[in-house]
Structures are given as C-alpha cells and as structure tokens.
Design a protein around this ligand. Structure first.
Ligand code: ADP
Ligand code: ZN
Length: 744
C-alpha cells in the first residue's frame, strides 16, 4: 500500500511544475591540516563561490585556520543552522586534483589522518603573502633641496636606477638610516617594490651534454620515449656504480624540459649532493631549484611559489618535495631507490619511493627508479611485468669494476686492541706509495659503541632507552644515539666506584682515525660522518678537498657510500663487513649487500683500477660471496626464494603496530588487548605482541605486533577494524607502520 501511495505522489510531482527548492545552505567539506578523522563541513557565504582545491580561511574553535575545500563530503553531523561560514578565500592557485588525490591516497594507505598528510602539502608558511620588501628609488624630478655630502652619496648609490632596501642603501652610501629616512621625508626618495630575490633560470636542454655510449644512449632513448608518451609508467634504471645512470636520467629530464613540463628528482640525502648539483649544472647550464626541510622560510616560500607558478622547471629534493604543487609534472625520478632514507619514520609514516610512483600515476607521468642495487620490491615488480627495466651493463670509459678481496679476520687478525688487519694496513700503505687515495669505511659514529667497567662488568647504558651509550672521545661525552642523552665520560664506574676502570669496547670511526694516525702519521685524513660534516657546505667542501687531492685518507660512515665520484680513490677498506648482518631484520642481508656494494663502488672510478678489502669473520657468508663474485642478481634471486614461501615482502604484505606508553604495564595491557583482537583467517598471520628491540625509547615502553598477509589481501581494512576494536586511553599510543622498513 505504501508503495502505491508513493507512486501516486511521484506521479503528481511530475504532472505539476516542480516547486522552487528552498534556498539550500551551500555546505562544502574543508580539510584542515590537523589530525582529525576527515574534513569538516562549512557554509559558503552568499556571494562567495568555492570549488574543490580552493584554499580558504575558516574558523576553528576560537581561531582562524587555513584549509582546503575538499572533494569528499564531510561528516554531516552538524545541522545547517549550526554550520559556521567560511571566512574568506585565499588568493592563488587551488590545490590541484592530483595533489588532493595524493593526500587522500597516502592517508588511506598509511592510516594517517588526511589532515596530517595535508599539513605536509600545505606548507602554510608558503601561503602567506610574501612580506612586502619595499626599497627606495630616486624621485624624478628631484625636488630642489639642500644636499649634504651624505645625501649626495645616497643619490649616487641609486643612480643606476635599481631600487635598494634601506639597510643596503645606508651601507652602500656609508650613511646612517636616519639620513635615508630624512631624504624620504623630503621627497627625494620614493618607495619602490623590490624584485623577487630568488629566480629560477630555465635549465637548457640543448646545453651540450656528454656523448653517451651506445648502451647509455639506448637507455636514454627509452626514457625520452616514456617522457614523450606522457602516460604513467615505471622504469627501473639499473647498472653498476659508475655506469652513467645519472647522465642517462638527466636526458629524460632534458626531454621533459623540451616538452615544457616540470620534472622532480628525489635524492635520499640532499645535504650530500654537492657533486650531483655540479653534474646538473654541467648538463643544463644552470642549477635546479632545491627543496628540503632545512630551507629558510624565505627560500621555501619563493621556491614553493615558483613550483606552483610553473617557473621552477626542475626541482631536486628530499622526500617532502613530493608534496610540492606542480601544475604540470611530467617526470619523477627517484635516485638510489633502494635507500631506506626514503622511508619517513616519524609523523606520517610513508615511503617516498612508493608514493612517488603513486603521484606519477595521478599525474599520468613516467616514474624512473634508479639504483645499482635495486630493492627486492622493485626487482619483483620488474619480474611481474609491472615495471620496465633498463640496464647499463658496465662502467663508463676505461674504468673496470674494482677487485674485491675478503680478509678473513680469523686468519689474519689485527694486533690486540687494534681493528685494522695487517693485509689492510699494507694495502693502504701501497695506495699511498702510488700517490693514490684510500678510504676506510665503518658504519659507526663516535669512538666506541660500548663502555665497560673492567672491575665489575657494568656497562654504561642510556637511562631513557634500551641502548648502550656511545663514547665520543673528542667531545669527552657518552651519548645515546637514539634520544641524544649525553653525559661527560665519568672518571669512576658509577656502579662500583672503581677509578679509571671504564674501557671502550669496539671501534667507531673516531677510534679508527686514532689508529690510522698511529699507522700512517704522514697521511692527511678526513673524517666523513654526519656529525663531522654537519651541512651541505661542509660536505661540498669535503668533496672539493678530496678531488683536489688535499686528502690522502677518508674515514667515514655510511655517508661516504652515497653517489660520490672521487677519481683518485683506488682503495676501499671495510673495517667490519659483518656489522649489518646481526639482528633479526628481514632485510639485513639485502641491505648489507646494497651498502657494501655502494661503498665498494667508490673505488677505481677513473683510470686507475680499484680494490676493495672487506674484513670479515665469515667469508663464506652468502653476502660476502655475493660481493666477491659481483653476482648481485643471483644473490637477490636467492633472497627472493627465501622470502617467497613465508609470504614475506615483497611476496606478502606487512604492517606493524607499535604500542608505546609511560609504563610497561600500560603498554602491555593494550598490546595484549590488540593481540586478543587480532585479525585472523586464511593468509593472515599476526606475530606478537613482543617487546620491541628498542623496548624503551625516550622513556616510553614499546611493544610490537606484526601483521603479515598474502599479497592479495589488503592490510588497511584489517588494520582499521583491528584498531577500532581496541580502545586506547591515557598516555598510550598505537602507531601504525604499513610496509615497515625498521623493526626496532
Ligand atoms: P652512476 O650514476 O651510474 O654511478 P654516473 O652517472 O655518476 O654513474 O657516471 C660516473 C662518472 O662517469 C661520472 O663522472 C660521469 O660524469 C662519467 N660519465 C658517465 N657517462 C659518461 C659519458 N658518456 N661521457 C663522459 N663521462 C661520463
Ligand atoms: Zn637514549
């Protein structure tokens, strides 16, 4: 009956002219850069028109905040009458659909709040109008008035017609700021807008580059084609260290420039990329725009605007550059794609390599992943036919691959209390005798990783973390590398009171430097570690000094592995090749091979052949054998074969939950509840809860659970239901890490 009744009413509606709808309140969802569950609805005031992507100012509690009109409807929990109005539109380009899509995609993949992801894209800082930098110019004609010497100097300083800031003018004319002010009051000077200080020149794709070898040219041609196609694709550019991968992908950048579109190059450590910038400038005649988290607010603002306005054709950046507002992105390159530095571990936990591929898809642009030691994830994508592979088989020019030698530490141990074995010491001496440079690699900062009391066996530990304190002898400190806690090196053991009984155990680069100073007193030594080369300038200066042969011996941590090209470096000694192999990390072997292969790749990049000596206690280990034979593909195939049966990545999916709380009990309670509520089913496995290896970090107690599923089972819905089932209160946090890279 009800059905019939309804039909009749509908019928009537169709017969008579439709009544005017009541003036509906126009409500739009606005996403705010804060960790709320989603966008909030706001009312569009009469006379204002907004569209998705528009930047708006809206009231939030008692403040005004910047938000973005979003696509998805917000939560309609607030009645029309209680809806608050948008306060105003912010001038400028709207956030474009592809970037909004990226924000939504990352939020739903990582389970972060969309607003948290938006905050990364919104550099609110960059949205505020640029502070007006007003300078001075000469009035024309000049009013007749008395001119002192000082005033005459000011007039002379402005005679070229360029406006100048008051401070600059005063300095240039050697007058006080009072003189400038009084001249303005007298009408001699008029305010003038200063031109933007930072402009980005157009890199010239036709600037003569290097002549590519046939292999390089083939790869470059394939990449140019991908750029011209203007559709989404992913290519892996792999080739041994020194094979010219950078030269090749710069050709893809050139093609992108020819098409008038923008290109983005992601580098894992922008601070260490001085040589890369030289290469770029050599190829294109000018430097690219740079983006990373340490830019000054002013440079950041100018760069952001130039990207947004399309006047920065090429941006080179750290992972946060992925969120820049490119209007016409035509190419994304991820150099050293295997690097774990692309994984952001704090805040929104995402992998910039993977999200670069997502952004490329949203922009219908090609992505190029570049590495001499591609990750197993990427290799699996190539084998599954999802990514194309371009391969450079050999080093450029006459340089061959370095010779690899394993030094069995059991057979030829270093002297007592030393860390460099006789064969390594002899090889370094031989390199010096030839007038060549040598490098010692140890991936450990400081003097010694552990300090022990000889009297009672007490070990110096961090009071806030599950970790030993690292001795930094130069700074006379014991330091925690996890929380930064530092104390002066005590004279007596804090446990038993014995004096002068604390002994360093094991080496860090500082200790190797001390040993090298005793062994090679003549050598000019440079230490390259994140704490000795604090910024881009320091690392650029280091690179210069090495290239200019002002250095004989380089001693460094993993920062020496990255992309450097030192033509006079022929010998690399790895002090402890086994270092990365301990610990239960899924990727320990893969990562050790990648790191040591990269370090080895620094040797012999020019005419003189290179040698690499690896000190190890287990020369038979598959990692050492892979490095020795150079058969990295075979090694990766073996890794794959080990991971496939258990559905370990890349053949299955992983997500970690990290529970942390002020007390062990609070952490345990929530971890146990999560354990009980864990998802189950065919192809789903939950490991834990278990104390994290870093069971206490910055005073917080940590527990981990690991969800492992078959590849065809997405983890996000499982995680959402799982988290919703377990209430979390008080100071307890549960962090989600989809596709974890670190298991600490
Ligand atoms: P990769 O990125 O594979 O490690 P690079 O692109 O850094 O290799 O090249 C290694 C070195 O060889 C660089 O100094 C580079 O300028 C030089 N090089 C590579 N290809 C050529 C070429 N076709 N002509 C001249 N120099 C080249
Ligand atoms: Zn600590």
């Amino acid at each position: 009956m009800a059905g019939i009744h309804q039909k009749r009413r509908l019928g009537k509606l169709f017969e008579s002219p439709a009544p005017e709808p009541p003036p509906a309140t126009e409500r739009v969802p606005v996403l705010l850069p804060y960790p709320f569950a989603g966008p909030f609805d706001y009312r569009v005031p009469r006379g204002m028109a907004v569209a998705p992507g528009d930047l708006v100012l809206v009231p939030l509690n008692r403040r005004e905040t910047v938000g973005v009109v979003w696509d998805a409807p917000g939560e309609a929990t607030v009645g029309d009458n209680r809806l608050r109005p948008i306060s105003g539109r912010i001038d400028g380009n709207p956030m474009r659909a592809d970037l909004r899509g990226l924000v939504d995609w990352i939020a739903s993949y990582t389970l972060a709040a969309p607003g948290e992801v938006l905050a990364m894209a919104l550099r609110v800082n960059a949205l505020r109008p640029e502070p007006q930098h007003t300078g001075w110019r000469l009035a024309d004609p000049l009013p007749a008035t008395r001119l002192t010497d000082a005033r005459n100097r000011v007039l002379a300083a402005l005679a070229d017609g360029q406006p100048r800031l008051g401070v600059d003018l005063a300095r240039l004319a050697e007058v006080s700021s009072g003189v400038v002010r009084s001249m303005a009051e007298a009408g001699l000077l008029l305010p003038a807008t200063m031109p933007a200080s930072l402009s980005f020149q157009r890199p010239d794709p036709e600037h003569p580059g290097r002549i590519l070898s046939p292999d390089q040219e083939a790869a470059a041609a394939a990449l140019r084609g991908a750029v011209r196609d203007g559709v989404f694709s992913v290519s892996l550019l792999d080739g041994v260290t020194g094979s010219g991968k950078t030269e090749v992908y710069l050709e893809a950048v050139a093609e992108c420039l020819r098409g008038g579109r923008q290109a983005l190059v992601l580098l894992p450590e922008i601070a260490l990329s001085a040589q890369w910038f030289d290469r770029f400038t050599h190829r294109f005649g000018v430097a690219p725009a740079v983006w990373h988290s340490d830019l000054s607010a002013r440079v950041r603002r100018t760069t952001w605007r130039a990207v947004d306005g399309g006047t920065a054709p090429v941006v080179v950046g750290a992972r946060s550059a992925l969120f820049l507002p490119f209007p016409d992105l035509g190419l994304i390159i991820v150099d050293e794609e295997h690097e774990t530095a692309f994984k952001q571990e704090e805040g929104v936990v995402y992998h910039a390599r993977d999200m670069a591929v997502v952004r490329a898809r949203l922009c219908a642009a090609p992505a190029v992943l570049v590495s001499a030691t591609p990750s197993l994830e990427t290799v699996a994508n190539v084998q599954a036919g999802r990514y194309r592979c371009l391969h450079l088989p050999e080093r450029h020019g006459s340089a061959g691959m370095p010779e690899i030698v394993l030094i069995d530490q059991r057979a030829t141990p270093p002297e007592r209390g030393r860390f460099l074995s006789p064969p390594l010491v002899a090889a370094v001496r031989a390199a010096f005798a030839q007038g060549e440079q040598a490098m010692l690699f140890l991936n450990r900062r400081g003097y010694a990783p552990l300090t022990l009391c000889r009297a009672c066996g007490h070990r110096m530990a961090c009071p806030n973390c599950t970790s030993w304190l690292v001795e930094h002898r130069a700074r006379k400190q014991l330091q925690c590398h996890h929380c930064g806690h530092a104390v002066p090196i005590p004279l007596a053991c804090p446990e038993c009171g014995a004096e002068h009984s604390l002994t360093p155990v094991g080496p860090g680069v500082e200790r190797i430097t001390e040993e090298a100073a005793a062994l090679f007193p003549e050598a000019r030594t440079l230490v390259m570690a994140s704490d000795t080369l604090p910024g881009p300038q320091a690392s650029a200066e280091a690179a210069r000094a090495i290239a200019a042969r002002e250095v004989d011996l380089i001693i460094g941590t993993q920062i020496v592995a990255k992309g450097w090209h030192f033509p006079h470096l022929t010998l690399v000694g790895v002090v402890d090749a086994d270092l990365g192999l301990s610990g239960g990390d899924l990727r320990a072997a893969e990562r050790t091979v990648q790191l040591l292969h990269q370090v080895a790749g620094r040797a012999g990049r020019a005419e003189a052949p290179g040698r690499v000596l690896l000190q190890t206690f287990s020369p038979e280990h598959p990692v050492m054998q892979a490095l020795l034979s150079g058969q990295l593909a075979a090694f990766m195939a073996r890794e794959a074969a080990q991971r496939r049966p258990g559905n370990w990545p890349p053949f299955g999916r992983l997500a970690a939950l990290i529970v942390s709380a002020d007390t062990a009990q609070a952490a345990d309670t929530v971890a146990r509840d999560l354990g009980r509520a864990a998802p189950h089913g065919e192809g789903i496995l939950v490991l834990g809860p278990a104390p994290a290896p870093l069971a206490i970090l910055r005073g917080r107690h940590r527990r981990r659970l690991l969800l492992k599923t078959r590849r065809d089972i997405p983890v996000q819905p499982l995680l959402r239901d799982w988290l919703a089932a377990v209430p979390v209160r008080g100071n307890v946090r549960v962090d989600v890490d989809v596709d974890p890279v670190s298991f600490l």
